[in-house]
Design a binder for this molecule. Structure first.
Ligand code: COA
Length: 243
């Protein structure tokens, strides 16, 4: 049993806001709760009062429980960490492995059926809907889950699998299965996921999802213009072309 002094020290240690309940960004739990509630009001038109959000939004509860589980995980108290995570899963239907690293203002809407794997990292201002899996392919060991950037939306039922990087400001469409890296400012839909919009410009469907050779709409337009000038010089077409 801990002596009074010792338990006092432990309590002091636990309550020290510089070390307890911190994830990325070193924010104390209570400040984080306040931020998270404010974030819900920004994102969910159905939110009515702070107390309602605090008590009934299971997505928030899952994130807050995760902060505690992650704290224990980082101190190698894996059993306690895992137990907290499973209790949270029981009540929320959201399974976040205690090892996952989660940024600020993660909004899990509806929540049921979400799985977030051990080596997953999630940036700031990410929204995740029900049925999303951030998992492994089953073929990798070690780092085997995705890294999600900032300002990413992962729509209902989407699966993001493997050790891949999802850039900042990416939208992943409902029920997509994303297996390859996605650059910033892209929208990905379908199975397997393909980029349909990049930097606000629609990308032609049917192109391959090779990230070493991504479709570049501006380059394609310039090539088209070059071809037109060439054809015009050769007298093959009239000069009434509109870009
Ligand atoms: C992907 C999404 C985020 C929209 O992103 P966006 O960048 O605005 O993309 P757009 O709406 O312009 O769609 C681009 C193309 O992808 C298609 N598309 C969009 N979502 C798709 C999906 N989930 N599956 C397949 N195709 C999809 C669109 O039809 C469009 O095709 P087109 O160019 O042939 O017309 C959105 O469509 C989506 O999936 N939202 C789901 C949100 C959700 O989970 N809601 C549940 C709340 S409970």
């Amino acid at each position: 049993m801990l002596s009074i002094n010792k338990s006092g020290t432990v309590l002091k240690h636990l309550c020290n806001k510089r070390c307890f309940f911190l994830v990325r960004g070193r924010i104390p739990l209570f400040k984080r709760i306040k931020d998270d509630i404010a974030m819900v009001f920004e994102q969910d038109p159905a939110a009515r009062s702070s107390i309602e959000v605090f008590l009934t939004y299971s997505g928030l509860h899952a994130v807050w429980w995760h902060l505690i589980a992650h704290w224990f995980f980082n101190r190698r108290m894996y059993f306690i960490a895992r137990s907290i995570s499973q209790i949270s899963r029981f009540f929320s239907g959201i399974e976040i492995h205690p090892g996952a690293k989660i940024g600020r203002r993660l909004f899990i809407d509806h929540g049921m059926g979400i799985v977030i794997g051990e080596t997953c990292t999630i940036g700031d201002n990410v929204t995740i809907y029900q049925g999303v899996t951030l998992g492994g392919t089953g073929k990798e060991r070690g780092k085997r889950h995705p890294d999600i950037g900032d300002n990413v939306l992962i729509a209902a039922g989407a699966k993001v699998l493997g050790n891949i990087q999802i850039g900042n400001n990416v939208n992943i469409g409902a029920n997509s299965v994303v297996l390859k890296c996605v650059p910033d400012y892209s929208t990905v839909v379908g199975i397997p996921g393909r980029i349909v919009r990049q930097n606000g410009v629609k990308v032609k469907v049917g192109k391959s999802f090779e990230h070493t050779n991504l479709p570049d709409p501006v380059y394609e337009k310039l090539k088209e213009l070059e071809r037109h000038i060439e054809a015009s010089r050769n007298g093959e077409i009239q000069d009434d072309y509109v870009i």
